[in-house]
Design a protein around this ligand. Sequence first.
Ligand code: NAP
Ligand code: MG
Length: 406
Amino acid sequence: MMNKIMMKTPLVEMDGDEMTRILWQMIKDELLLPFVDLKTEYYDLGLPERERTGDQVTVDSALATKKYGVAVKCATITPNKQRVEEYNLSQMWKSPNGTIRAILDGTVFRAPILIDSIRPAVRNWKKPITIARHAYGDIYKATEYRVPAQGKAELVFTDKEGKETFRETIYDFECAGVLQGSYNKDDSIRSFAHSCFQYALNTKQDLWFSTKDTISKQYDQTFKLIFQEIYDEEYKAAFEEAGITYFYTLIDDAVARVIRSEGGFIWACKNYDGDVMSDMVSTAFGSLAMMTSVLVSPDGNYEYEAAHGTVTRHYYRYLKGEDTSTNPIATIYAWSGALRKRGELDGLADLVSFADALEGACIDTLEQGIMTKDLVGLVVEGTKTTAVNSRDFIGAIRRNLEARLA
Ligand code: NAP
Ligand code: MG
């Protein structure tokens, strides 16, 4: 029996719900505990425990992430009306991801996992494209209403002494229409910029940023200027040393360049652009089940997770005793990402190599044609595949992992 790989600082472990909670345990039992002397500080973010603690457990897990610096999170249910009934909840608890992001003040980076037998819809994409979405403000926090009839709409700003400092006509309506007021904050844009520059340095990838500053001469221009100022003052030297670049361009030019590119860079987007582009990019790369996600705070805390949800439809089948073929890859990569980061921070080369071996074993398994059902339909014609259930798939990954570690 080989010696287990030792850890120093614990990972913050955030357990979750439904099918991903089942996978979580399988991954730990089969792929982690036999090889690593796993140290975690465990927080159960499953909906029953959030209900029992009045959602305090979510807040505590975020604070622990601030303390230790690295977390790994399972997908969790964001309750809606139907879930309130299903779980007999006392309130419609907020999205755990929203709560954690608010406490860490972070930016989410999403990147696809690529394998040779699944070709992106865009032929020339050879490396992952990571999307960074500024998840604050803009239309997501806008005030808006329908204008019922003729009348004048104005944009007014009153300072804290109560003095009106700006008043501008937005439009003199001659008929009914719509109106929207949106905002953002320098502080939030600064945090976004820091997270992006840090993540680019961390992963040694170029950073692209795009807005529509030629049209939005104050709003979008502010984003552009803040990024440039922070880059020049705090990151330029480090970027040059790392051999990576920061590149600003208009969003429409960025779209054209992204499509023509080979991939292998980070694309930072404003809130709405990131919402739309991340869905487009993930679909073009293949599957949500192969999309990783990491929340990076401006002061360098990391929370790793899969981009997909709790896969409810599979869970209901699992509860009925039916065989399920749910893809655990993105959840395994959340663990490998967190273990690698922990290893880097604690100077544990063995832990870093283990994370590499675990990801390698996933790729080996897929390249052997062993995969979950969701991927079988995506591979290029002529690829020999064997569709397996989640348990057998994780078993196959374990054999490849043992081979790599031997
Ligand atoms: P979902 O869990 O991502 O699943 C949507 C569909 O995508 C599944 O039914 C399945 O399609 C496919 N899919 C997703 N992940 C897969 C995987 N690993 N392997 C195989 N197929 C996969 O999204 P949802 O059904 O909209 O949401 C379910 C719950 O997750 C909700 O309660 C939501 O609040 C929560 N959620 C949480 C997070 C998070 O914690 N970060 C994110 C999103 C959603 P087929 O059924 O066709 O096989
Ligand atoms: Mg979206």
